[in-house]
Ligand binder design. Structure first.
Ligand code: NIG
Ligand code: FE
Length: 408
């Protein structure tokens, strides 16, 4: 039963007065037992039963809930640095995709990679995320695009989840793009997703969410609705990649099908904003994707002011967002999306927990929740996000165990 003390300030992540206000406990202490938080409060009030418990020092740093990266495409083969350059020289994301690059080139590299190689890469990325304070990672399939390869990616996430302290939330994204084998028969692929891939993934408990890339070159609204409804009846909650490159009614569909989150939303319509608020859908902002594709980010201020909860995630993938640095995405959410540091902190903890349906277990520091937290060498959350460094995180604890400790 360790106790963490010498905490300058602890941010609980709770925000009863709205996401713009941080709830802070100065000179705090935290006690946990196994995977579970037992007590959080001012150090002077630590109950006597923990007075003699082993002490871990936070070194006078700030403690925040473990960061939740609620949107990643974690498992993929190869990289696409060639496209990074092509885009700089003026080619658009859609032109690159039309010329055989983009998502489908990663599909080919992913299918060709051995499971052992994909596993090793994922573990490497997860260890790097642990050093940044990230304790929960949503991970999508979507670079397999066949029954065999989509399930292989989800099985890989299951294997990783079994041997890491980080929480892994698996999402089936078989509807990322129509694979080349079905180029002349997109309905055949939609049927494969609905009749085989979704039922199999659900039956084997391999996914929690079903996601669809709703976009002109990917899946249309009627197809997306059928896929998300099939997922929901199989027990997979809906999520969408919506309104990223064009305003396609994705946010409205998310509200219609009761999605847990709608992600991207750079081109969301005014109606979409109001429908999402009414339906309680979380908006997931992905500042790296907006930055790398050179598009105007989602209107975070309008969403927040309308009462839509806004999460912040990396979208880590080899094309539009080749970075897993969530703290950097958070700083970008402040500067590009005009979210305040408090809104961004909640966006990568409490609100992100909601976007992955785990708000009862993670996202805030309260007795009864998972012992997931990060210690920052910073004087405040505001100062942390403002003074961008390679890494300010000195200790990461996930489910009660240290998964990263900086050498002093
Ligand atoms: O979230 N938008 C679709 N999917 C990814 C991009 C994937 C890729 O380019 O490989 C995204 O941005
Ligand atoms: Fe994505």
């Amino acid at each position: 039963v360790p106790v963490l003390h010498e905490i300058r300030s602890l941010v609980t992540g709770r925000h009863p007065e709205g996401p713009g206000r941080l709830e802070c406990i100065p000179d705090a202490a935290v006690a946990w037992e196994g995977e579970t938080l037992r007590w959080v409060g001012p150090a002077g009030d630590l109950p006597t039963e923990w007075r003699d418990a082993p002490r871990w020092s936070a070194g006078g740093g700030v403690v925040i809930p473990g960061l939740v990266d609620c949107h990643t495409h974690l498992a993929f083969g190869g990289w696409r640095a060639d496209e990074f350059e092509a885009r700089i020289l003026g080619k658009s994301y859609l032109e690159i995709a039309a010329a055989g690059g983009g998502i489908l080139s990663t599909v080919a590299k992913t299918r060709a990679a051995t499971t052992a190689a994909l596993l090793a890469r994922c573990r490497h990325h997860l260890a790097a995320m642990a050093r940044l304070g990230v304790t929960t990672i949503e991970a999508k399939s979507g670079y397999g695009l066949s029954l065999e390869h989509e399930l292989r990616l989800l099985e890989l996430y299951q294997a990783i989840a079994a041997d890491t302290r980080q929480h892994i939330v698996p999402t089936l994204l078989a509807a990322h793009l129509v694979p080349p084998e079905f180029r002349e028969d997109r309905e055949g692929y939609v049927r494969l997703v609905i009749d085989r891939i979704i039922p199999e993934a659900a039956r084997r408990g391999l996914a929690r969410f079903c996601d669809v890339f709703v976009e002109e070159r990917a899946f249309g609204l009627p197809e997306a609705r059928r896929i998300l409804e099939a997922g929901r009846s199989a027990g997979l909650q809906p999520k969408l990649h919506a309104d990223q490159l064009s305003a396609g009614g994705g946010a409205e569909l998310a509200a219609d099908v009761g999605a847990c989150s709608a992600d991207h939303l750079e081109c969301i319509s005014e109606t979409g904003i109001h429908r999402m608020r009414a339906a309680g859908v979380v908006a997931v902002s992905l500042p790296f994707a907006s930055l790398y594709l050179g598009v105007v980010p989602l209107p975070a201020r309008r969403l927040l002011d309308a009462g839509v909860p806004v999460a912040v995630a990396t979208d880590f993938n080899p094309g539009s967002a080749p970075s897993y640095h969530l703290p950097m995405a958070m700083t970008l959410a402040c500067t590009l999306q005009r979210m305040t540091p408090a809104e961004v902190l909640h966006g990568a903890t409490t609100v992100a927990a909601r976007a992955v349906g785990l708000e009862d277990r993670i996202g805030t520091l309260e007795a009864g929740k998972s012992a997931d937290f990060a210690v920052l060498d910073a004087e405040s959350v505001e100062h942390w996000l403002y003074h961008l460094r390679d890494n300010a995180c000195t200790l990461t604890v996930a489910r009660g165990e240290a998964i990263w400790r900086a050498t002093p």
